[in-house]
Design a protein around this ligand. Sequence first.
Ligand SMILES: *[C@@H]1O[C@H](CO)[C@@H](O)[C@H](O)[C@H]1NC(C)=O
Ligand SMILES: *[C@@H]1O[C@H](CO)[C@@H](O)[C@H](O)[C@H]1NC(C)=O
Length: 242
Amino acid sequence: MKIQFLCIFVLVFTRIIKGARDCIKLDVSITQKVENLGFHRDVHWLIKTNDLNKEKWLNSSCNAALRLDVGSGMYVNPDQAEDLKRLGKINIVVDGFVDVEAPAHEATKHTVYIFLNKSELLDKIIIKLPIHLRYHRSLMGGHAKVKLTRPLFLISCLENNIICGKGKKVTAPTSAEEPGVPKVWKNITYKADFEEPELLVPIGNLDDYPCVAIISCILGCAGCIYILSLTYNQNYYREKKQ
Ligand SMILES: *[C@@H]1O[C@H](CO)[C@@H](O)[C@H](O)[C@H]1NC(C)=O
Ligand SMILES: *[C@@H]1O[C@H](CO)[C@@H](O)[C@H](O)[C@H]1NC(C)=O
């Protein structure tokens, strides 16, 4: 009886060890850069894997994707995304309604998924995503700060536990070709050598405020009166001289 237990224990234990050894080690690092100033920016990501087992990876059913949660301070233009997809530049799905006209305080969030090429992931992938900052209304003027959140790196495989380590389950579209079909992905921790940057956006659209409109109207009138009085005085003195 005892020996049987021991056998089962050893068997289970060796299976666990074997399973852990056979899993694919996914060591991912991502570098992020934001280019341009003002309302239209380009986010660049350099995604690299370290010592990824080529055979195991390519033979697996796994796929990788990035998920970017886009807050109300900015947006990814769905038409532009569609163009980039059509041109084969980026395999992208924009999930959620995007109002490209809405100012930040009226806008809603959306999510962007970028599906990564499996064989390119063996080395490195460079992705360029255009993002657009929304108008911010404020009486203060100056600049508003918009946070660009860190993207999630997602993996989905048919085989159980084929990727080493744990990761929270998240639901995301199956692929760019099947954006309406959700499936379960694993949220993988990666090395990021960047903070979540705060992008500065000029504050505009002050005309929307009645108070500002009235003040600028008063200032405008005062300016007119002042200039008129100057010319009147000049004419008056000129006439006096003559
Ligand atoms: C992935 O990239 C390789 C090499 O650049 C290319 O040959 C292949 O067609 C790409 N696969 C997909 C599905 O885009
Ligand atoms: C995904 O994983 C990252 C890194 O481990 C973590 O910071 C983030 O909160 C996770 N997000 C979700 C939705 O699970």
